[in-house]
Each structure stands twice: as structure tokens, then as C-alpha cells.
Design a protein around this ligand. Sequence first.
Ligand SMILES: *[C@@H]1O[C@H](CO)[C@@H](O)[C@H](O)[C@H]1NC(C)=O
Ligand SMILES: *[C@@H]1O[C@H](CO)[C@@H](O)[C@H](O)[C@H]1NC(C)=O
Ligand SMILES: *[C@@H]1O[C@H](CO)[C@@H](O)[C@H](O)[C@H]1NC(C)=O
Ligand SMILES: *[C@@H]1O[C@H](CO)[C@@H](O)[C@H](O)[C@H]1NC(C)=O
Length: 210
Amino acid sequence: MKLCVAVLLFYMFQVIHGQPDYQGFISIDCGIPLNSTYQDSITNIVYVSDYGFITTGENRIISSDYMEPSLAKRYSNLRFFPHGPRNCYTLRSLVMGNKYLVRASFYYGNYDGLGKPPVFDLYLGTNYWHEVNYSDAGAFNWMDIILVVPTDYLQVCLVNKGMGNPFISGLDLRPLNTTLYPEVNASQSLVLVNSNRFHMGPTDNSIIRL
Ligand SMILES: *[C@@H]1O[C@H](CO)[C@@H](O)[C@H](O)[C@H]1NC(C)=O
Ligand SMILES: *[C@@H]1O[C@H](CO)[C@@H](O)[C@H](O)[C@H]1NC(C)=O
Ligand SMILES: *[C@@H]1O[C@H](CO)[C@@H](O)[C@H](O)[C@H]1NC(C)=O
Ligand SMILES: *[C@@H]1O[C@H](CO)[C@@H](O)[C@H](O)[C@H]1NC(C)=O
């Protein structure tokens, strides 16, 4: 019995960089020092650094003007991409054909001192996901997509379109029971932008507003 508990604890707190954890979760706090991890005291989620998921980009801390005591740790830093038109995170060791929720989070916080959040595009591999265009420097924004993964990995790409360097504050992946969101299948994903909902056919890039 004691051994079981010890083994369970080992798996709960063992974090392998670049891999889902024992629950199949991936929780990246983009912009924390490479190879570092921490456990959020409110959600108990263990966040890992970008290490193992992406090799490009640079870490930054948001402007002190936006740093508030109540700010979740994951929003106090970010990773930005000054080089290359396209920078991708690779989420590995997924189960082909299973359903997942992917959430990309953004908190600009004037990290670059320009006072102007960039506008860029998000892709899942080569499929267009959504434009990131949030004009409020101090707003929390996120974009969710629910999809069936066609392979055992997924790439989340930030694409520069000449309107500032793309950045990201957090990237999460959660496995979903395949019985949830029956409208989502191998050819149709569901995009949710903050609380707005979109339908998206990733094979032909068509988006139908709900
Ligand atoms: C991160 O950890 C890996 C293996 O655990 C190691 O090979 C690598 O050098 C580390 N990188 C940094 C930047 O600490
Ligand atoms: C970004 O959003 C603003 C205001 O919501 C809009 O005026 C602007 O055209 C958008 N930019 C792009 C490139 O979509
Ligand atoms: C998925 O949901 C169904 C129906 O609610 C349930 O019977 C099944 O056990 C669930 N599977 C998992 C892996 O949770
Ligand atoms: C996904 O669902 C849509 C709408 O219900 C349907 O037209 C399409 O054939 C389905 N695709 C697959 C691969 O099941």
C-alpha cells in the first residue's frame, strides 16, 4: 500500500519535459526559465517550461506596470518570436484519433515597451486556426480548439504577418472523452475564442460562426 502511494506520488510529481504528464495533460508556462517547473497553488497544476516543445523564441517578463500581486504566475512572463515567419510548438506522445482540447493564452502586458499588442496568426500544423488580435495590453485572452488528432503529435504554430512579433503566455493540452463534443470529428474542429464560438473545418479552412 505504501509502495503504491509512493509510486503514485512519483508519477504525479515526475515531470518529463516535452511530454504529457501522468493524466495526459500538457501545461506549459511559456517564458519561464528553461527546464524549470512549479505547481500552481490554486489549481495544483504543474507547469513546465517551453523546453522540449520548441527551440526558437526568447523569454520575457511583462512590464512592471502590469505586474499585480493577484496576477497568476503564468501571465507574468511569455515567449516571443522575433525571428522567422513561423515558429511551432510540438506536442508529442498524443493518442492518434483521440479528442483533445488545446488552449493558447495571451497576456501582452507591454513586455516590449511598444504599448501595442501584435497581430498574428495561429495554425495547427498547416491548418489555419485563428488570428490573434487583442488590442487591450492588460487583458487576458485565450483561444481554445477541440479536435481529433490525426497523428500522435500536434504542432501549434505562431505565424508572423508583419504586424509585430508573435508571443504566447501559456499553452495547454487536455485529453477529452471522445463522447464529448460529438460535433467534433476527424474532419471538423471547434474553435472557441474567449467566450465566442466558431466552427471550423480544418481541411478546407472554412469557418462557420455559431
Ligand atoms: C534541460 O534538461 C535536459 C535534460 O534533463 C538537459 O539535457 C538540458 O541541457 C537542460 N537544458 C537547460 C537549458 O538547462
Ligand atoms: C484588429 O482588431 C482591430 C479592432 O478590433 C481592427 O480594427 C483591425 O482591423 C484588426 N486587424 C487585423 C489585421 O485584423
Ligand atoms: C467516456 O464517457 C462515457 C459516457 O459517459 C463513459 O461510459 C466512459 O467511461 C468514459 N470514458 C472515459 C475514458 O472516461
Ligand atoms: C464530421 O461531421 C460532419 C458533420 O456532422 C460530417 O459532415 C463529416 O462527414 C464528419 N466527418 C467524419 C470524418 O466523420
